[in-house]
Design a binder for this molecule. Structure first.
Ligand SMILES: Cc1ncc(COP(=O)(O)O)c(C=O)c1O
Length: 453
């Protein structure tokens, strides 16, 4: 932690110890479950991120409804992590519950299409203005296939992305996200970085230089980076990105897995973007496994083309046994036709703005230099005095001890904060009372760290 945060590091350490003791006292059953799990699962959790995204131990969940869940110790939390956007529809949206119950009783999986797929593809196509869609079980898999499609369609090997752009758990995407000297992921194929290059987000000059050689199949990015706080594009950046990719014969792949919480057609709709390929996932399945990618008619033709541009016969590498299963498609249909309506988006965005205003008021009252991030229903705090414009700034601005303490402190007051790389988001099921509860808990945190309480 450095002085830019404007708080005393000794006080943060002391609060960490006090709050950790309280958390342990209040979660005996969750901690016991973790201990039992240690012999059964690495890190004592069924998926290791569950242990690494918070500095305090995870709770084990009993059940959840709407914007709240209850842990195995019977404590109730306002859920502002919303499953890292995957439960933006709420934890148990009634239309999804109904559709899933109906579908599971009539068969969840056939490895054959069901009519729900048509409704889902039509609605995604309408929202993102791309006519043709394929489905997977996750956004990582959708990105993997979309990158293959881009390479196949253009006959080019290389992909360009931006430092800090996280596209999921593929080797290539992880090396690019980690970037030089930032993070190191163990176990990746040593050649994973061979065909993916990384430049600075918001750097139109670097983009122009990189694309000039005409060697990239696609530029692959989120419209706004969302996995290190929020990094917004500067004015004109998306125009440059589209113009330069077009001129270079390079496809533009936008990953809207997170940003689809901003509008029915994500930031593509909100900002009038024109990608060649769009990837969605997480909330699109209403909590069930789903990834999807949409493509232009030209790319759909390339998808079906049974040979490479060099004339070698073959088929595009896609698919998985459970991809596009009947259950996920039924859930997605309910999400797109009944849950993620324009009114629901307006509601969540209004709550997000109210949350950001509330946080800003607390920060200003305390005369702290912190800045508040805003991205539709999502907010968050930058503990330095600025909003990052690229991953290097986001890295430099990190205050891990404060970040960790905020999450623990809120947990002890009934608010489950977003994972360490993200900020709180309001689901379509959240209410103004939930916003008020978050802001009240945040005010207590600020009072504690500044010693003004
Ligand atoms: C922008 C973005 N794309 C893709 C993914 C991968 O999603 P999943 O883990 O569901 O495969 C994530 C996950 O956080 C993400 O943030």
């Amino acid at each position: 932690m450095d002085e830019r945060a404007g708080v005393d590091p000794g006080r943060v350490d002391e609060l960490w110890r006090r709050e950790s003791a309280r958390y342990a006292r209040e979660h005996p059953r969750c901690l016991a479950l973790r201990e039992r799990a240690r012999g059964l699962m690495p890190h004592g959790v069924p998926m290791s991120w569950m242990a690494s995204y918070f500095a305090h131990p995870p709770v084990w969940v009993d059940e959840g409804h709407g914007a709240h869940f209850t842990c195995a110790d019977g404590r109730r939390f306002l859920d502002t992590n919303v499953g890292d956007k995957s439960t933006f529809c709420g934890i148990d949206p009634a239309p999804v519950v109904r559709a899933v119950q109906r579908r599971v009783a009539a068969g969840a999986q056939f490895m054959l299409p069901t009519e729900d797929a048509l409704a889902v593809a039509e609605e995604l196509g309408r929202r993102w203005r791309l006519p043709s869609w394929q489905f997977t079980l996750s956004a990582s898999q959708a990105n993997t296939e979309a990158l293959r499609l881009a390479r196949h369609a253009t006959g080019r090997r290389k992909v360009l992305t931006f430092t800090g752009n996280y596209g999921g758990h593929g080797d290539e995407m992880l090396t690019a996200f980690a970037g030089e000297g930032r993070l190191s992921y163990l176990g990746l194929a040593p050649t994973a970085d061979r065909d993916i290059d990384v430049i600075r987000f918001n750097d139109a000059g670097a983009l122009e230089r990189a694309l000039a050689g005409g060697e990239y199949a696609c530029v692959f990015t989120e419209p706004a980076l969302t996995n290190e706080g929020v990094v917004l594009p500067e004015p004109g950046f998306h125009d440059a990105l589209r113009a330069l990719t077009r001129a270079a014969g390079t496809l533009l792949l936008l990953d809207e897995t997170h940003t689809l919480i901003c509008a029915p057609g994500g930031l593509t709709e909100r900002w009038g973007l024109r990608p060649d390929v769009v990837v969605v996932g997480k909330a699109a399945g209403g909590g069930l496994p789903l990834g999807a990618y949409g493509m232009t008619a030209e790319l759909a033709a390339a998808f079906e083309r049974g040979e490479s541009l060099a004339g070698e016969p073959g088929e595009l590498a896609t698919g998985g046994t459970l991809f596009a299963n009947a259950l996920s498609m039924a859930a997605a249909r309910a999400v797109l036709t009944e849950v993620l309506t324009p009114a629901a988006y307006e509601h969540a965005a209004a709550l997000g703005a109210e949350l950001a205003d509330g946080l800003e008021a607390v920060v200003d009252e305390a005369r702290l230099p912190w800045k508040v991030q805003r991205l539709g229903p999502r907010s968050g705090i930058s503990f330095s005095g600025r909003l990052a414009r690229d991953a290097a700034e986001a890295d430099a601005d990190e205050q891990p001890e404060l970040n960790a303490l905020l999450r623990l402190h809120l947990a002890n007051r009934g608010v489950w904060e977003a994972i360490s790389t993200a900020g709180p988001a309001m689901s379509v099921d959240a209410t103004r009372d939930d916003v008020a509860a978050y802001v009240a808990a945040f005010r207590t945190f600020v009072g504690d760290v500044t010693g003004s309480d």
